[in-house]
Design a protein around this ligand. Structure first.
Ligand SMILES: [Zn+2]
Length: 124
């Protein structure tokens, strides 16, 4: 999925439905850990931001305006960490779009989720 496709997907969000939707727990502006048992029902995977041609995607992040990894207004930049590891999900009820990837630690895996705000998507 490319930048334009992600923007179109995220623009389909219905804010009225989203405010009371079952996916509310995942509607985080910044990256948030979310365990499998908190992962809302009704989210379906609709694509991926991974580039199948790249074996070891970069860990470099893009922050031209001084944001950090955990900033709610950090840009969504396809090709940069962690977006280059993300799968794309959409809520079947309110059409909110989400990104999810997995951090692998020594003894754990940590799923991280972030809601896609179209205004934060930057061109590559
Ligand atoms: Zn929803």
């Amino acid at each position: 999925m490319n930048t334009q496709q992600l923007r179109e997907l995220a623009s389909g969000r219905d804010p009225g439905k989203a405010a009371a939707c079952t996916c509310l727990a995942a509607q985080s502006a910044a990256w948030e850990s979310i365990t499998d048992d908190r992962w809302p029902a009704g989210l379906e995977q609709v694509g991926s931001l991974r580039d199948p041609a790249i074996d070891g995607p970069t860990f470099e992040e893009l922050h031209p305006n001084g944001t950090r990894y955990g900033s709610p207004d950090a840009p969504i930049a396809i090709g940069w960490f962690p977006f280059n590891r993300c799968d794309v999900y959409r809520c079947s009820r309110c059409s909110t779009a989400f990104l999810r990837y997995t951090e692998y630690g020594g003894y754990y895996v940590d799923h991280r989720v972030r809601m896609v705000s179209p205004a934060l998507i930057v061109e590559p």
